[in-house]
Design a protein around this ligand. Sequence first.
Ligand code: TXA
Ligand code: MG
Length: 324
Amino acid sequence: MAIISTDILRAAALLKSGKLVAIPTETVYGLAGNALDESAILAIFEAKNRPHFNPLILHCGSVIQLSSFVEKMSPNAVKLATAFMPGPITLLLPKKDTVSELLTAGSDKVAVRIPNHPLTLALLQSIDFPVAAPSANPFGYISPTSAAHVAAQLGEKIAFILDGGECNVGVESTIVGFDEEDNALIYRLGGLSIEAIEAVVGKTILLTHAESKPQTAGQLLSHYAPKTPLYIGNIQDLVLEHGENNTGALVFERKNLLISAENQFVLSPTGDIAEAAKNLFKALRFLDNLGLNAIFAELLPEKGLGLAINDRLNRARAEYKSQH
Ligand code: TXA
Ligand code: MG
């Protein structure tokens, strides 16, 4: 079983020797390995049971370190890096040859990010290589937002989990790339809102899932999914459709009277969308562990982090999971 500790020197030593270490970030926990070591990259894919066509994000401790792995940064890339790094944003930029195609899944672009978590920033600044780090969950399952979540799923496969407490943001970083005219393209909705990004670079273009994942849209549509079937919509309608026997609900502000209270998780009693994002994956895990026949979830208002939350809920749906 993995050691859970706050010892960054030990984490650094393990990474240097080619081992994998789970690291806290402000979004979700990552499963980190030396990004310049191809056997560490392969070990990440192996531990997560992740298909090799799905590329990994390169995590750095500073913009200077990051810039040594990208060919160039467009004016809007520089603006976003200046405004939001470290923070819950990932930039998709032309890669240098020093970045392995194993990491980028053959693409000439690399996804780069500087996580905003004090322990992990200190760790990244203490080593002389970047780390590759996907979310520290088995492929397709709910992302972890605490050290205990990581231990529950990957504890047998990794030696060390750096414990940075609960993640503050709770959903993965927003992934932003750029077209020929330097317009910002949103590849994945995430912990930095579109509103915040547009305030810096103007109008963005939201890529649909099929466009951003040309390889196998159908497969990747199902993601972040609990084992219990999850249905999305108005809770009352869902109860009418599926019955209320042994069911639970993920609700935004208040519990629904049709379902037993102990089988419900309220994301934010005060209606705060950022708090709801922080609780989302914890709530899905809680409900998934109750042994229910079905989980019903209502969508959030389509603004701020509500977009990212709804994206995750939609891709966790039972209908998509049964497609493959
Ligand atoms: O918040 C986050 O971004 C977390 C924490 C740990 O930093 N990491 C994370 O990694 O969410 P992961 O591997 O679960 O998701 C990375 C996403 C994948 O959907 C992948 O397809 C996309 O980033 N991605 C990575 N490199 C890419 C590339 N070169 N081109 C297109 N998409 C890329
Ligand atoms: Mg992931």
